[in-house]
Design a protein around this ligand. Structure first.
Ligand code: F6P
Ligand code: MG
Length: 457
């Protein structure tokens, strides 16, 4: 049960897959090694130092394998919950393959599992996150956008009834406007991802994160497939049901996660959802993806941290207030953080039903599953050369067609080759961009918000 289009592979020369496997991933590994060495420099215990240096050796070996296009091998039994799941896939599809001729999606995911193995084989460093410093750092450099949002949303949402009373439908119309805006904020939060923008300047971050009204109207034009109206209709219906549940399959930590939480907060406050389930990664993944530690770090730094020395006391208080509310949601079980092992595998979501039936069943109980970001989109669409007009629900296979498939929405800035859901003129739209804008598929300047209504079980 696979799509009829070929999956992208690293050996397609001049492709982004090729550049990623050959250049970007070794660079990411070099930075990871530097991070571990920085930690070594601050250690005093010989046991810890030697153990961490062994991890560094394994990372260097992995880097050499990547650069020399080595063969893929099974994951060593490091006691992790996902070894069997990984090795089943290695054995089934990829034994005898190298980094370049395995599918790009698998080979790239495999690299992150191998990176994990460098640490899980150690005595003391199994939970070390080589990307943690970078993730915290980018959030701390996002102060303008962080406070723009906290100053607006720290106080519980209220309709402005000071000028005149509002009817139910006027209120709903006002809520719709905020919903549109927050959907876009949640979307563009995805453009600041560390795996692509490692050396961003303060100014570049600011322009990517600008959340003002004019800016959003301008960027709406760049959403090439936009189902936000259908999304609103779906969410609106959830308000009548008292037990609406929304799931976020998260992407990146820091600023993107912060935007996701602002969005989730709005859905709860206005009674669209009574529960939000956030799905994160079990270990460091694609540089900036959210782990449990990142999740806790964000909420705690908002309440207790001193990340923004330049901020005013009013600004700091707004961040604290919002963080306290979010922590309270967590205490009450309104927000729940989860981390299923399947999210850190090389499987696409076409295989979710077969390889993780428990997870499929769990998601099928949701009223809306929002998949954030580029990697989740690649996994939903099998990361293959599907034509741009392909309707989203066809492109995601069983995640739309299997009995019990929940409504699925992909909110993604385009950062890699696969582009679907552009409508009947999609080929023309893509051809024009190919002609006029080099690299439009990897810049994160364009986006899609695509919805599948699912299929009740
Ligand atoms: O390395 C390429 C990639 O896998 C692309 O999917 C994307 O450019 C990036 O990494 C991850 O993006 P995101 O954080 O939006 O999933
Ligand atoms: Mg990511």
């Amino acid at each position: 049960n696979n799509p009829p289009w070929p999956a992208f592979r690293g050996y397609h020369t001049y492709s982004f897959a090729n550049a990623t496997m050959g250049v970007r991933l070794p660079t990411i590994l070099s930075k990871a090694i530097q991070d571990a060495l920085l930690t070594v420099n601050a250690l005093s215990s010989e046991d810890l130092i030697k153990d961490l240096l062994e991890c560094v050796k394994r990372m260097e070996q992995l880097k050499a394998e990547l650069e020399g296009n080595g063969m893929l091998r099974p994951i060593k039994d490091d006691g992790e919950a996902d070894v069997a799941l990984w090795n089943k896939e290695v054995a089934k599809y990829f034994l005898g393959k190298d980094f370049m001729n395995a599918t790009w999606l698998f080979a790239e995911a495999y690299k992150y599992r191998r990176l994990r193995e460098c640490f899980t084989l150690s005595k003391h460093w199994a939970d070390y996150d080589v990307f943690f410093r970078q993730k915290c750092d980018t959030f701390s450099r996002s102060s303008d956008a962080v406070f723009e949002l906290s100053m607006r949303f720290a106080e519980p949402f209220q309709h402005d009834l000071t000028k005149k009373p509002m009817s139910q439908s006027e209120m709903l119309e006002a809520e719709k406007l905020v919903f549109h805006e927050l959907t876009q904020i949640c979307l563009w939060g995805n453009s600041t991802d560390l795996s692509l923008l490692i050396n961003m300047t303060e100014e570049q971050i600011k322009s990517l994160q600008s959340t003002g009204g004019d800016h959003l109207a301008e960027t709406e034009k760049n959403i090439l497939g936009n189902h936000v109206e259908q999304l609103w209709d779906l969410v609106k219906k959830m308000k009548d049901k008292t037990r609406g549940r929304v799931d976020f399959v998260l992407d990146n930590a820091g600023f993107e996660l912060y935007c996701d939480c602002v969005y989730a907060d709005f859905l709860v406050q206005l009674g669209f959802a009574s529960q939000i389930r956030f799905h994160g990664k079990r270990y460091p993944w694609f540089v900036s993806d959210v782990t449990k530690k990142d999740w806790e770090w964000l909420l705690n730094t908002m309440v207790y941290g001193y990340l923004f020395p330049e901020a005013s006391e009013i600004e700091r208080e707004s961040l604290r207030k919002m963080g306290q509310r979010w922590k309270e949601y967590e205490r009450q079980g309104i927000w729940v953080y989860e981390q299923h092992p399947f999210w850190c595998t090389g499987y696409t979501f076409w295989d979710l039903l077969n390889e993780a039936p428990d997870l499929f069943l769990h998601l099928s109980k949701s009223d809306l599953v929002i998949f954030k970001g580029d990697l989740n989109h690649r996994k939903l669409t099998y990361d293959c050369a599907a034509p741009a007009p392909t309707p989203f629900d066809q492109a995601i296979g069983s995640m739309a067609s299997a009995a019990g498939a929940p409504p699925v929405c992909s909110i993604r800035t385009i950062k890699s080759d696969v582009v679907v859901g552009l409508g009947p003129n999609g080929d023309d739209v893509a051809a024009k961009l190919d002609q006029n804008e080099d690299g439009w598929k990897i810049s994160g300047k364009y986006a899609v918000i695509l919805l599948s209504q699912g299929r009740p079980g």
